[in-house]
Design a protein around this ligand. Structure first.
Ligand code: NAP
Length: 237
């Protein structure tokens, strides 16, 4: 039977690469986006069995409806990737409350919303995998990112707790913490500043993440749950 995956934030960057990777391997792929309708339509058109929903991940009711729609159509959801995320960087004295709230609402609340409804379905079927996308910023903390670091650390903790809650149903929950990956999110970063600290001497590419996603969503990793896989080229060692 065809496998079904839902990826939040699939219209560009890491999410887009994940969408294309699952599609190329014959999965039925659903993804969400917030603003990038034109990009989302193009991805739908150019890839097999790919369907998108315009949905802000922080919208709880929309998350519920999207999971319901998928499960009514296919009777299941095999894999959820909580990928949608934003940054609004400022050191704390310059960070306004709006920037704090929007990053927490998108990154952390969004992960809660989709996990809640997808895990309910997965536990019912005693099968499924959730993979959350955190960040090295949530592990070591990066100055100027208190909102982002806190949201991403929250995702790591949420992952461990959820893994313990649903393990008895045979459902796995893991998290990936990327370092610097070349996408629109990092295009304005001063590379020269960070490169000396990256052991492998380069920023990562989206394919450095899709390989790990492929492994964690497959039966090759059936005995791995609650783990945080750091994919940062050795930045944090
Ligand atoms: P990106 O290029 O900025 O793409 C972000 C994606 O998330 C877009 O598809 C965007 O859709 C979607 N998104 C943003 N806000 C959303 C919302 N409220 N509701 C639904 N979708 C939303 O970022 P990226 O670099 O691919 O990052 C993907 C994930 O990896 C994020 O969680 C990020 O924190 C994490 N990460 C990235 C890096 C890195 O170096 N790039 C490192 C560590 C972790 P729209 O364009 O439609 O808004």
């Amino acid at each position: 039977m065809d496998k079904v995956v839902l990826i939040t934030g699939g219209s560009q960057g890491i999410g887009e690469a994940i969408v294309k990777n699952f599609s190329s391997r014959g999965w039925i792929v659903y993804f969400t986006y917030n603003k990038s309708k034109v990009k989302a339509m193009k991805i739908e058109e150019e890839n097999n069995n790919v369907y998108s929903f315009q949905a802000d991940v922080s919208d709880y009711e929309l998350a519920k409806n999207i999971i319901k729609t998928i499960c009514e159509k296919h009777g299941k959801i095999d894999c959820l990737i909580n990928n949608a995320g934003i940054t609004k960087d400022k050191t704390i004295s310059f960070m306004d409350q709006k920037s704090w709230n929007s990053v927490i609402e998108t990154n952390l609340n969004g992960t809660f919303n989709y996990s809640k409804f997808a895990l309910k379905e997965m536990c019912k079927r005693k099968s499924g995998v959730v993979i959350n996308i955190s960040s090295i910023s949530g592990v070591i903390g990066i100055p100027g990112q208190t909102n982002y670091s806190a949201s991403k650390a929250g995702i790591i903790s949420l992952t461990r707790t959820l893994a313990k809650e649903v393990g008895a149903y045979g459902v796995r929950v893991n998290v990936i913490s990327p370092g610097f990956i070349n996408t629109e999110m990092t295009e304005n970063i001063n590379k020269e500043k960070f490169l000396p600290n990256i052991t492998l001497g380069r920023f990562g590419e989206t394919k450095d993440i899709t390989g790990v996603i492929r492994f964690l969503s497959s039966d090759e990793s059936l005995y791995i749950t609650g783990q945080n896989l750091i994919v940062d080229g050795g930045l944090s060692i």
